[in-house]
Design a protein around this ligand. Sequence first.
Ligand code: NIG
Ligand code: FE
Length: 407
Amino acid sequence: MAGARGAMVAATAATATAPLPARGEDLPAHTLPGPVGIAWEDGLLTYVGPVDGLPQEPTIGTPDRGLIVPGFVDCHVHLPFVGWRADEFEARLAGASYRDLHGEEGGIYRSSRMLAAASDDDVVAFASAIAREMAAHGTTAMELKTGYGLSVEAELRQARLARTLARAAPQTCSVTLLACHAVPEGMRRDAWVRAACEELIPAVAADGLADQVDIYVEDIAFSLDDLEEVAEAAARAGLPLRVHADQLGPSGAAEAAVALGARSADHLNHLSETGVAAFGSASGTVAVLLPASTFILRADPPPVQALRDAGAAIAIATDLNPGTSPVCSMPEAIAIGCTLYGIEPLAALTAATANAAFVLGLDDRLGTLEVGKRADVVLLEGPSFAQVPYRPGHDPVLATVIGGAVT
Ligand code: NIG
Ligand code: FE
């Protein structure tokens, strides 16, 4: 029950160093030798340390088994959407590209039509079921994005649906207005960018419907000039910026995102050397890696080692969406990221918890195992976090606790 006292014990625990510095530095995770105990009250951690000092009887776990980690923070999620697009996946396997399918019949436009055709209740029911599935896979906080509205009214509706979903879901949710995702049919690109900047972003900010603003910079979507306009509108509205950058081709969006002080630049499959350098030590912009969409699209991986050598802070997220990443499991995203991008398991844990919390602006209250932070924790099969990427497809979650409630 939320708010109640609780305690967990396990053979060991792993977490990132805290507090996270403002620039989102890629902090090494470390393991706490065990047996380890944690306790919570009123949804907040009251104890993290040796099991001997545990202030109350454990309610979950055993001291000779398991690994306690902070709950996963999925910082790039396209919920709420409704309906899948498996036939597009099959078409890609038969030779079509993501770009080929992006049009009247398919891609983002198709998800937009499915959203428009569904009732509010149906959208929330579809998305809530996925949110519960994500909780079962250890996700305790996450982003929700718009971007399938494609008109001012429909984007506002999707943002309201995101806030409704946030109340229905067990997780802490942060809502992002993906103001520019696809140019609405029958509209010029510049006209939509103007509507997004002059009507949509101010309206969303006035009603408190979103916490961040995002834009998809790509040859099939929006330009670097559009990014600057959206960044200015977001700044006027007091909302942090996120950028879908260099996913299908190189555009320079990542370095522009860094220069504009964006919270993150995401995807980065075609990140240039200039882009890598931009993420270096002076940057407060996190490089969000989305390995599941790389895997599903069979895309080239981003230059992850170069990014990390440059000093970039990395986060790992699912990019859950019906087009490029129907993957809702953070353990799965971590597994693909470790193998495909060569990320060590404990660095992946930091990327999926503390750094991801920083991306969502939630690092003051969650993302690490610290007294005073939310009791958002996952009990995993041990003995080490390496088990998660080592056994893709296996469910490593023994229990998920969100705000002190076992879900
Ligand atoms: O992050 N590429 C842009 N947006 C999504 C995909 C959206 C869709 O295909 O529905 C992404 O991959
Ligand atoms: Fe995305």
